[in-house]
Design a protein around this ligand. Structure first.
Ligand code: ATP
Length: 330
């Protein structure tokens, strides 16, 4: 694995407040890394330090193996796209995309070729002569991306780039981002608070909370095995049950089934239905169950089996296969 950038014990304090707390992080070259976590966890602060917009209180940031902790942003060779696209309104789409190339004094003929190629890459070749304000949000987003990519950055940094788009477009642009990253082989670091976005896009996802890294790895490894309750909650796990030996287990609502008999392996709990919410293809069945230790735990089962007819007040059994019961460290 070639390393594009590295955080070594990087801390950022604002007065008494520690926004980023001694993180170590490796950004692999040619891959897409997401920094994922709730608001305030230090994602943007980390990205800004990587970009050079803020200097760590302590620790080092290496880019291509070179200590770049104090290198100014314009000398880091990075492309960046923010939540607000920050396009130049008085320039055409092509001029926006060519802006960084002009600054770098690329000859006009070559610049024209690179701009055309980059606009084709993001599917906007036909809008080269338009002004940004004539474009939809999704199109403006692509222009901002094209402008950042045109300079062939060592690292492409994206801060919540899709969060201003409506839900449908956002999902479409995820696929587009993946395609563009695969076609260009760029190293991308993306900040998001959206777990679905991180799961779908990442080669490596880094789950953060309160300035620390809780877990990192490929989505296929992190998702089925969250390191602790905080990561599990952030990834949409519910139904936390403590067993007699003190271990904490969790099951996703879609893996809890209504059954007529206890299953031998896995988890089975009995309880009373509190609520049934109809949601079209599925129903959310809320149950107050006995955890086997005399305590009541509230469980939610996402039931897709139309034959199940649970009603509030019914006593039912909820069960999950062993394969879907995740044991947490803490
Ligand atoms: P969000 O998604 O809301 O941007 P985030 O995970 O990106 O969240 P950061 O923007 O990195 O979080 O902020 C982390 C914490 O540091 C927050 O509590 C924020 O208020 C604080 N913070 C960030 N920048 C500064 C600053 N310049 N001065 C003081 N506090 C700051």
């Amino acid at each position: 694995m070639t390393v594009a950038a590295e955080f070594q014990q990087v801390t950022q304090r604002f007065g008494d407040f520690t926004a980023v707390d001694a993180i170590d992080l490796t950004i692999p070259a040619g891959q897409l890394t997401t920094l994922l976590g709730p608001s305030g966890c230090g994602k943007t602060t980390s990205l800004r330090m990587l970009a050079g917009y803020s200097t760590p209180t302590s620790g080092r940031i290496l880019i291509d193996g070179v200590d770049s902790t104090r290198t100014p942003p314009e000398r880091r060779g990075l492309g960046m796209v923010f939540q607000s696209y920050a396009l130049f309104p008085h320039l055409t789409v092509a001029e926006n995309v060519g802006y960084g190339l002009k600054l770098r004094k690329m000859p006009a003929a070559e610049r024209k070729r690179v701009v055309a190629e980059t606009l084709d890459l993001v599917g906007l070749g036909h809008l080269a002569a338009s002004r940004p304000r004539k474009l939809s949000g999704g199109q403006q987003q692509r222009v901002a991306l094209a402008r950042a990519i045109a300079i062939r950055p060592k690292l492409l940094l994206l801060d919540e780039p899709l969060s201003n788009l409506d839900a449908r477009l956002r999902v479409h642009m995820r696929a587009e981002l993946r395609r563009i990253q695969a076609e260009t082989g760029l190293t991308v670091v993306l900040v998001t608070h959206d777990q679905d976005e991180a799961l779908e896009l990442s080669d490596q996802m880094v789950v953060m909370r309160e300035g620390r890294i809780l877990q990192q790895g490929a989505p296929v490894d992190v998702f089925p095995a969250p390191a602790n309750r905080l990561v599990a909650e952030f990834l949409g796990y519910e139904n936390f049950v403590t067993s007699a030996d003190g271990t904490l287990r969790t099951v996703r609502p879609e893996h809890l089934n209504v059954v007529s008999e206890p299953t031998t392996a896995g988890l089975t709990l009995e309880g009373v239905v509190v609520d049934v919410a109809f949601r079209g293809v599925d129903r959310l069945v809320t149950v107050d169950a006995d955890d086997g230790l005399g305590r009541t735990v509230r469980l939610t089962a996402d039931v897709r089996d139309g034959a199940v007819t649970a009603r509030p007040g019914d006593r039912i059994l909820l069960s999950a296969d062993q394969a879907h019961v995740v044991t947490l460290a803490g």
